[in-house]
Every structure is written in C-alpha cells, then in structure tokens.
Design a protein around this ligand. Structure first.
Ligand code: SUG
Length: 440
C-alpha cells in the first residue's frame, strides 16, 4: 500500500474574502489583493517537491466559481452574466460567498479509509458536507462528482454521498482524521471532533467548533472500520479558541509518528496512553507544550500543518510552510523532532503563502489516499503527477489565470466565463469527463 497525496489545484478565483470566523489568517487578510496565478504555481511546486521525494502525488481539480448554480438557487435569473450583475447589485457579500476557491484545501474534501482497514476490503471515501460554513458547503456536490469520476471502479472503491447536510452531522473531512499504524498492528483511526450535536460537552467560547462527534461516528460506520481501531478524541476547546479550527492546525500523524500541541486534544496524555497500547513500542509521539510553542505561534506558523511523509527508504520527512522557519518557536520545535528518537530525518520548508494567508498550509492542501498497485491501476483519470502533467498544468495556469484579483473583481461578469473555459479544458487534460454542472 502506498500513500498518494491528492493536492487541490488552486482555482482561478482564489481571493481573500474573510469568510471563516475562527480562522485567524482568513480574518486578518480580508480584502487584500490575491494572486491566483502565483497561488496555483506555488501549489504545483509543492506537488513537484513531494513527488521528487519519491512520494505518491496526484491532483484534484478546482470547482466552478462564482457558483452560478448557487446564485440561481438564490433567485438570480437571466444569462450567466446577468446573474452575476444582479447578484453584485444586491451587495458584494453574495459574490464573496459564492466565489471562494476553498476547494483547494482538499484535506477538507473527504475522509478516506484504506482497503486494509475496511470490512469489505474496498477503499472508502466520503465527501465532506462542510455544513458549518456556506462557502464551503457549496463544495460537497461537486467533490462527490469528482470523486465518483476518479474512483469509479466499484470493485475497489466505495464513494459515499456526503453526510446529510445541516448542523448535526457537520463534517470537515480528513482535516480531523489521522491514521496511525505500526508493523504488526492494525491501523488506528483518530476521528476528532469539536462539538456534539446532542451531548452536553464543554466547547470553545470564542470561535465555532466545526466537526461534530456524531459526524465522526457516522464516518467510522460508513467506512466499515473495526470499532477497536477507532478513537474519537475531542479537539481541545482552548485550542479552537486559539485559532485551531481543524485538528490539523495543532496535530499531524503518519504511520508510527504523531506530533501534537498540548492544546490539540482534550486529555492528550490519556489519548497517547491508548495509542501506545494499540500501536505498541514502535509508536512515537512528540508533544509541544504552550511554554515551548505558544499556541499563537503554532497557529501563525503552522508547524503542525505540515505533511509528514514516509520516504522510500522508510525514514520520514516533514514538509512545513516557510512561516515555520521564520518563527523561532516553531522552528525550534521541528528541530527538536529531528534531534530526538523519531523516524523524522529531514524538514523541508516550502512557500505556499498565497494559501497560508487564508489559513491553509501544506497539510490542508492535500488529501491522503492509500492505494495498492491494483487499486492505483483501477484509476483511469490522468490525475497522477508526472513532470509532463506538471508542464501542461503550469501552461494551463499561465493561459487562464489572472495575476491579481481584488475584491471588486469578483463582480466582473467575465470572471465566471474565464473560469468555466479553464475548467472545461482542465477536465480534458485530467481525463475526468463532464464533472461540472455547466458541462451537463
Ligand atoms: O475552511 N479557509 C479555509 C482553510 C481550510 C484549511 N484546511 C485545513 N485546516 N485542513 C477554511 O477556513 C478562507 C476563505 C476566505 O476567507 O476567503 C477559508 O475558507
């Protein structure tokens, strides 16, 4: 079984609309001009780098934005251009809500279970409903159709529908999911959550908790996971209030290694004890205290939003955002991991600032999918990274993406047309078929 990182290609409308309360970066960059072309190229460079380490890499396409489907559902009529112009007249907020390129953060696209861990021996994928926030909830339907197109072979893949919408089963995808495994022990799934729909659990006071316990429980059922191999830790309310809106802002794990902040989970010592029992002596965890790494620095520099990757030689490498190198406490923590007895032997810092400014680091930009060679061969779409695909995607970005996008540009009726033209071409490059509503 090999891990493939499916990175989200940044969409042409990447912008800073301040849509995510509790996501400090999104709030602090609101209204700034964005650079969609640079953002997409930064993402492609990350894919190139991860692939050069010998790690499986693939790509997921962006979504049509502004979402004309959403605007029409809200009562705007006429040609596509008229819909945009009429929505713009109602106020810029509607266009901000329907224009986000947030599908780039594919950690939130779905939750995935590998075939080794499921009762029916298939890979299970559930698109996240992202019910907590309107601009993200718009992603679920298209994500479902993208995943159905790529993982279409039902012998190997079960693509479920998103959980029912609404607050009870609010699901943010793999941003709250970690799979740990040691040789000789079954994989253990952490399905974390921030609030409960019907249990009285103390929650954050300042910022919203997104994922519910009940959504995490539903995912474990849908994915046919052995209940002995599933844990449901609660995100620490103080961590959420410090800006950790998803688990992956304060914790990341890979196989036998977990690094976490003490404010990632409620009762982290208890959690680590259970993990040691389940995973045996090979399991390694490194905890940052608030004294070593103040939560403020952890949220600003995102060292936990790194990719922890197993390399072909069996050692691990961390791919962290450059902000972690620039923040002494974050850098010191990552260097401590290198110095201690852990499988991690290298830390690499990459520039994904365009995404970071909206609260998305390297780990947010990728969805992990574990595939056997047979499962890999059952995928016909051209989504696996090669240098040739890189060249054609980079050329495609240069052909279609604007260099700068300012808030008022979202009212430009040409932007939707440009995006549709670009995405239509992309579905041919990636051999995805007609996955978008405007192609139906
Ligand atoms: O859902 N930002 C995203 C960032 C998601 C990061 N993903 C993970 N941690 N896995 C969010 O808050 C901001 C969009 C804006 O404000 O324009 C946004 O949606």
């Amino acid at each position: 079984m090999r891990e493939y990182n499916f990175d989200g290609l940044v969409g042409p409308t990447h912008n800073y609309a301040g849509l995510s309360p509790g996501n400090l970066a999104s709030q602090s960059h609101v209204g700034e001009p964005s650079h969609p072309r640079e953002a997409a190229l930064q993402g492609l460079e990350k894919m190139r780098f991860v692939s050069s380490l010998g790690v499986g890499q693939a790509v997921l396409p962006p979504q049509p934005r502004p979402s004309l489907r959403a605007l029409r559902a809200l009562g705007f009529t006429g040609t596509d251009e008229e819909v945009i112009t009429r929505a713009a007249r109602e106020g810029e907020h509607l266009l901000r809500l329907t224009s986000s390129a947030s599908s780039m953060w594919t950690a939130n696209a779905a939750t995935v279970a590998p075939s080794t861990d499921t009762v029916d021996g298939r890979v299970h994928l559930t698109p996240a409903n992202l019910s907590q926030m309107f601009h993200r909830a718009l992603e679920a339907d298209t994500t479902h159709s993208v995943l159905r197109s790529i993982f279409s072979n039902e012998k190997h893949f079960a693509v479920h529908a998103p959980l029912p919408p609404g607050s009870h089963f609010a699901d943010e995808g793999a941003a709250n999911h970690t799979r740990l495994a040691t040789p000789g022990h079954p994989g253990v799934h952490l399905l974390a959550w921030g609030r409960s729909a019907w249990q009285d659990v103390p929650g954050p006071k300042r910022f919203p908790a997104r994922q519910t316990l009940e959504a995490s429980q539903a995912l474990a059922r849908l994915h046919q996971l052995d209940s002995r191999c599933v844990l449901f830790p609660q995100q620490h309310p103080e961590g959420i209030d410090a800006g950790a809106f998803h688990t992956d802002v304060l914790a990341v794990g890979n196989e036998r290694f977990l690094m976490l902040h003490e404010l990632a989970f409620v009762d982290y010592p208890g959690l680590l004890q259970v993990l040691r029992e389940k995973l045996g002596p090979d399991f390694r965890a490194v905890v940052a205290s608030s004294a070593e790494l103040p939560p403020k620095d952890a949220v600003k520099a995102y060292p936990f939003n790194s990719q922890v990757l197993t390399l072909p030689d069996g050692t691990m490498a961390i791919v962290a955002p450059v902000e972690s190198r620039e923040t002494p406490a974050a850098r010191g923590f990552l260097e401590r991991i290198l110095a201690e007895d852990t499988p991690v032997k290298a830390v690499h810092y990459l520039d994904v600032r365009q995404s970071m400014n909206n609260g998305g680091g390297p780990a947010c930009l990728r969805q992990r999918v574990w595939l056997t060679d047979t499962e890999r061969r059952a995928i016909d779409a051209d989504v696996f990274y090669t240098p040739a695909l890189h060249e054609s995607l980079a050329a495609w970005v240069r052909r279609h993406y604007r260099e700068v996008l300012r808030p008022r540009d979202l009212q430009d009726p040409h932007l939707a047309r440009e995006t549709m033209t670009a995405l239509d071409e992309l579905t041919r490059i990636l051999k995805l078929g007609s996955i978008y509503d405007f192609q139906q």
